[in-house]
Design a protein around this ligand. Structure first.
Ligand SMILES: Cc1cc2nc3c(=O)[nH]c(=O)nc-3n(C[C@H](O)[C@H](O)[C@H](O)COP(=O)(O)OP(=O)(O)OC[C@H]3O[C@@H](n4cnc5c(N)ncnc54)[C@H](O)[C@@H]3O)c2cc1C
Length: 469
């Protein structure tokens, strides 16, 4: 390892605005930590970048010293893509500026910003764009993999709202990619993950949202799970784009809005978020209460920012996690029966499984227009095992695998949303993109990262030079 060459580190430090951490430095442990508490790895060097030039200097340093590169946006990837042992972590935490242009309805967001940073800045102008459901997730990884959230039914994926991105490529070049400039790179960035370079700034289109939205949580006991999910399916299919319906198996949290006798009770929930004038939301709440009275419900207007933080605590930093996902073309009664029978057995109180319908604005963009490896129709099922100790995580891992296995006969293949792969098995990455997209991504990879230095991700192998375009 050439890192004993103090002069090289000094030169990197001198070249950067941001900081460089070695294992003995104060700040190193904090910087190497990622969201999944099950990941404990030790990079040889951490470059905490504050500019695109810092990122370029870090890439050049890593290449020169043959260090494996990992790129850390928000650190949420469950596999721990953002951190390796013995390599160089390019930490984007210092690149978190958010600049809103309320007239043009655009936001520019640093490549290491959290969703919460972006939402807070855009909501100050009554605006928002599609982001995920947990505010301490990174804009970077979420967007590059696709990015769905409460606003998806109305405004599509995060990538559908991406206008341009500033990228530092494997050669250290700083480019701006958009429909006009480097269009093939722009296509690949919209779903192809961190394979093509380090994005130092994203530019998104914004929409009027909130500041108040309508929220509803309807909770059903285990015995009414199948009925609840069939009702949720019906509500989702009938909802306008102003309303998002999500269903799942959850444990009632010890939250103020949950009657005390139901704290920690396992069951099934239908969650509804309304972004329109409220009438439709009111009708939905009445319909649920009449047709299948829940054990308890919580129906209130709430600030959009609160909705965006609603699941933060349930997904707190340091939790140990294992996750698997799949897509269903249809949520049949049989699939619901299997889900409800298996989701509630042998599952710890922190784990949960969500069913997310993909329709509405998700379908406004043709599949070939972006590199999104997911489905723009049907349902995504996300099975998330969470625990506080390694031993407990073993049990949750078994639960995740067993529920996933039971549902696979209903799936439309072995592919999944690449951002939810807890292991980047090569065949699942290929299956997620499909052959045509994977080959196009591989061609683009060969242009922008021919040596595959950005490989700690759902990796696209560069096409060989002889492969035809
Ligand atoms: C609690 C939780 C909730 C989630 N909720 C949602 C959700 O609602 N919707 C959704 O779509 N997904 C969700 N996800 C999945 C999430 O999209 C992925 O975990 C994503 O990878 C997180 O991005 P990150 O920047 O935080 O992660 P990181 O681990 O930092 O990065 C993930 C990958 O992206 C690369 N990367 C990150 N930033 C950049 C950048 N600026 N330039 C180049 N490469 C970069 C990294 O190298 C790595 O390969 C959730 C995950 C968790 C753990």
């Amino acid at each position: 390892m050439t890192l004993t060459i103090a002069g090289e580190i000094d030169a990197l430090r001198a070249a950067m605005i941001g900081s460089v951490f070695l294992p003995a430095d104060e700040g190193y442990d904090d910087a190497r930590t990622v969201w999944n508490g099950d990941i404990d790895r030790f990079p040889a060097v951490i470059a905490r970048c504050e500019s695109a030039a810092d990122v370029a200097a870090s890439i050049n340093f890593a290449r020169h010293n043959s260090l494996e590169i990992s790129v850390r946006g928000g650190g949420h990837n469950v596999w721990g893509a953002a951190v390796g042992t013995g390599g160089m972590m390019i930490h984007l935490g210092g690149l978190n500026a958010v600049t809103v242009d309320p007239v043009a309805r655009r936001v520019r967001v640093g490549g290491g910003a959290m969703l919460g940073d972006m939402d807070a800045a855009t909501q100050a102008h009554g605006l928002a764009t599609t982001a995920g459901t947990v505010s301490h997730t990174g804009v970077g990884g979420l967007t590059l993999g696709g990015g769905f959230g409460w606003l998806g039914h109305r405004h599509g994926l995060a990538i559908d709202n991406l206008v341009s991105a500033e990228v530092v490529t494997a050669s250290g070049q700083i480019l701006r990619a958009s429909q006009q400039d480097h269009p093939e790179l722009f296509w690949a960035l919209r779903g192809g993950g961190g394979n093509f370079g380090v994005v130092t700034e994203f530019e998104f289109r914004l929409h009027e949202v909130g500041p108040l939205i309508d929220f509803g949580l309807f909770f059903f006991d285990l015995g009414h799970g199948a009925e609840a999910l069939r009702l949720g399916r019906e509500l989702a299919a009938a909802a306008s784009r102003d309303v998002t319906v999500v269903m799942g198996a959850i444990t009632a949290p010890p939250a103020p809005f949950v009657p005390e006798q139901y704290h920690f009770q396992p069951g099934f929930a239908v969650l509804v978020a309304g972004f329109g004038n409220g009438d439709e939301h009111t009708r939905i709440a009445a319909r649920v209460r009449e047709s299948l009275p829940p054990l308890f419900d919580f129906v209130e207007p709430m600030p959009y920012l609160e909705l965006q933080q609603l699941l933060d605590e349930a997904n707190a930093w340091g939790m140990r996690c294992y996750e698997k996902a799949l897509y269903l073309d249809e949520l049949t009664d049989d699939a619901i029966a299997t889900f409800t029978q298996r989701a509630s057995s042998n599952c710890g109180p922190l784990s949960h499984a969500l069913i997310i319908p993909f329709d509405g604005a998700y379908q406004d963009v043709d599949d070939h227009e972006t590199a999104w490896g997911g489905s723009r129709s049907g349902y995504g099922i996300f099975i998330i095992g969470l625990a506080t100790t390694p031993e407990l995580l073993d049990a949750e891992r078994s639960w995740v695998r067993s529920l996933w296995g039971a549902l696979m006969p209903y799936a439309n293949g072995i592919g999944a949303y690449v951002n939810t792969l807890a292991q980047f098995e090569d065949d699942r990455v290929r299956a997620s993109y499909g052959t045509v997209k994977y080959e196009r991504l591989a061609q683009t990879k060969a242009v922008y990262d021919p040596e595959n230095i950005f490989h700690r991700n759902a990796n696209i192998k560069p096409a060989s030079p002889s492969a035809s375009r």
